[in-house]
Design a protein. Structure first.
Length: 201
């Protein structure tokens, strides 16, 4: 069955339908977890990885299709098809998703989940919080206008806002551990080995 493609992300907001509000409340209740529950859930997983390290190595995959008429790529997200296209700064319409934004969104998502996980583990109560990512990109590089201009982000900034009664030393530890264990952050920061290939279909 073909999944529907999503040209733009739905806007957030507080004006939720009753069914959507109930769904969100139900999801929050289901995902609530304290430190003991988190340890109980992850203990057998960690033990398996210690006993058999090979089971901890998992290959994550992503797939895109360039068979659309426009300059775009359909990416399978697991829930829908996301249509990525050119950024307006490179001539795009702005109707498709921007891959640069998607990178920052992946960073925000991973950092947010890691923050919540670490906060739960070290028992830092978070009433609410926000995660922000910004990236500086000089489009002369990707457009080939200036060969001296690097292609890609020159700088990325990740910022957290948290509402918590926890003391500052706990917040310092929370930030340190979130930074240490955030997969996307560490990947961007350290730059893994990357290979590229092409073959005929």
């Amino acid at each position: 069955m073909t999944q529907p493609w999503v040209p733009v992300r739905p806007c957030g907001g507080d004006n939720l339908s009753p069914s959507r509000y109930i769904e969100r409340r139900f999801f929050r209740e289901r995902t609530k977890m304290d430190a003991a529950q988190l340890r109980q859930m992850q203990a057998p997983i960690k033990e398996r990885y210690k006993t058999d390290p090979k089971t901890a190595l998992i290959t994550l995959k992503a797939k895109g299709s360039t068979d659309s008429d426009g300059i775009a790529c359909k990416v399978e997200t697991g829930r829908a098809i996301a249509l990525a296209g050119l950024h307006p700064a490179t001539g795009g319409s702005g109707l498709e998703l921007c891959s640069g934004d998607m990178l920052l969104e992946a960073l925000v998502a991973c950092a947010g989940v890691t923050l919540k996980s670490v906060a739960t583990a070290i028992e830092v109560p978070l009433k609410t919080g926000n995660v922000y990512a910004e990236g500086d990109l000089d489009f002369r590089g990707t457009l080939g206008v200036d060969k001296e201009t690097p292609v890609g982000f020159a700088e990325i900034r990740l910022r957290f806002e948290v509402d918590t009664p926890a003391p500052q030393d706990k917040l310092d530890l929370l930030l340190k551990l979130t930074e240490r264990y955030c997969v996307v952050y560490q990947t961007i920061k350290n730059g893994p080995k990357v290979s590229v290939s092409m073959q005929r279909m």
